[in-house]
Design a protein around this ligand. Structure first.
Ligand SMILES: Cc1ncc(COP(=O)(O)O)c(C=O)c1O
Length: 416
């Protein structure tokens, strides 16, 4: 099997680096892709579960745009709904009528929520959720999980990151994941001063195994929040609609006060949503928050169609099953070469790591070899599965993985 060349990607990146800070910033930055020379940087075309880069290389995509793609690229129903909407109106004076239709659909779909507020990015709504929690409680502090990610606003970034100041983290308390006593201690040390607890449904750090909640974890967190008047916020931006159509809190059996959605909500169209309980509706109504493009009708029409389709086909169930098929296959192939491929997280958004080499070098090289043969795998971040991934895609992926393991075995020999 031939390996890909990325000449045009690299040429474009050189041009970009002259006019765009670090060429490609944020989560699309080549920095964590090791070695970066083994990865494409620029996309030319996409369809279903695949994309083609500017060099003409074809990839089965296991990153799904880092989460927004869930029904497959260029999904005809979603794109038609968006196109139809844009032909009549998009960004105008006055809210679009489709906004009401989408809100009604989402309130019916998500059992834990009674209302919805739309924005654009994930950080818009995680940020808003903390403002609502503070206004509702009259308190300052927000408890979050060490290594958790809720967006790029300065208070959410890990302390010490460029551009942030100490005061940004002044009212943030970071506790370890799955550590109920740490939450109890935080409550004890900050009496009547904790406004909100925010966490993802399960823990998704980068460069590390993902961690499910311990048995009873969410119920205990919920009980502590209720007892101490703390607003319970679940950041379902990445996990949302990849575990349960009613939100990941349904999957884990707890009831948050606020739920943040984004990513898969509109299959790639720009929209996020904050949903919440009746008790917080009036507070939310008085906390001012808006944006230039937040009333754009096209992404709302796309979101409505995406959710209808995900519900119709039970998308989360489908991708959990597809992911399982893929992962069982990959673990089996790895074993034939003497490698232990450890899978953590949900099968619809798994994190993988070859445990034989703790330094992750061998794992990074294997992911790069797979990518260079057409199965786009990252080594530092969880992957994503979509409803467009077929059995044929999985079969082809397993063949690519097998070839890549052969190369890795030759390279590392019996060292691992
Ligand atoms: C769990 C989680 N929360 C929040 C965000 C922030 O979303 P956005 O980048 O759209 O602001 C992300 C983005 O990756 C995320 O994964």
């Amino acid at each position: 099997m031939k390996t890909y060349q990325f000449t045009k990607s690299q040429e474009l990146f050189k041009r970009a680096a002259k006019v765009i800070p670090c060429g490609i910033y944020g989560h699309f930055s080549p920095a964590p892709l090791v070695p970066a020379t083994s990865y494409p940087f620029y996309t030319a075309r996409s369809a279903g579960a695949r994309f083609w880069d500017v060099d003409g290389n074809e990839f089965i995509d296991y990153m799904c745009a880092y989460g927004p793609m869930i029904l497959g690229y260029n999904h005809p129903l979603v794109d038609q709904a968006a196109a139809k909407q844009i032909q009549s109106s998009n960004c105008t004076t006055g809210a679009p009528s489709v906004m009401v239709e989408l809100a009604e659909f989402m309130v019916d779909l998500i059992p834990a929520a009674d209302w919805v507020f739309f924005a654009k990015n994930g950080a818009d709504v995680t940020n808003y959720s903390t403002m609502i929690a503070r206004d509702a409680t009259g308190r300052k502090k927000i408890v979050m999980i060490k290594g958790g990610y809720h967006g790029a606003s300065s208070w959410m970034q890990a302390p010490g990151h460029h551009g942030t100041i100490e005061e940004d983290a002044e009212n943030i308390i970071r506790i370890p994941w799955n550590d109920v006593p740490a939450f109890e201690k935080a409550i004890e040390n900050n009496p009547n001063d904790i406004a909100g607890f925010i966490a993802t449904p399960y823990h998704v750090p980068v460069f590390a195994d993902n961690e499910m909640p311990d048995e009873g974890y969410w119920k205990k967190i919920e009980a502590l929040c209720r007892k101490h008047g703390i607003v319970l916020i679940v950041d379902d931006i990445r996990h949302g609609f990849r575990m349960d159509i009613g939100g990941s809190c349904e999957y884990f059996g707890f009831t948050p006060d606020l739920i943040c959605f984004c990513k898969a909500l509109a299959n790639g169209y720009p929209i996020s949503a904050l949903m919440g309980s009746q008790a917080l509706k009036d507070v939310t109504a008085r906390v001012f928050y808006t944006g230039s493009y937040w009333f754009q009708a096209e992404p709302m029409a796309a979101a409505l169609e995406t959710l209808k389709e995900l519900k119709r086909i039970d998308g989360p169930k489908k991708i959990l099953a597809t992911g399982k098929k893929l992962l069982d296959g990959l673990v089996k192939v790895a074993k034939t070469y003497g490698y232990d491929l450890k899978v953590t997280g949900a099968p619809s958004m798994p994190y993988l790591r070859i445990t034989n080499d703790e330094s992750l070098m061998l794992h990074q090289d294997w992911c790069a070899e797979c990518t260079g043969r057409g199965a786009y795998f990252t080594s530092h971040h969880n992957w994503f599965v979509s409803t467009a991934h077929t059995d044929e895609d999985i079969q082809q992926t397993l063949e690519i993985a097998d070839d890549a393991f052969q190369i890795i075995k030759q390279q590392y020999g019996d060292r691992f």
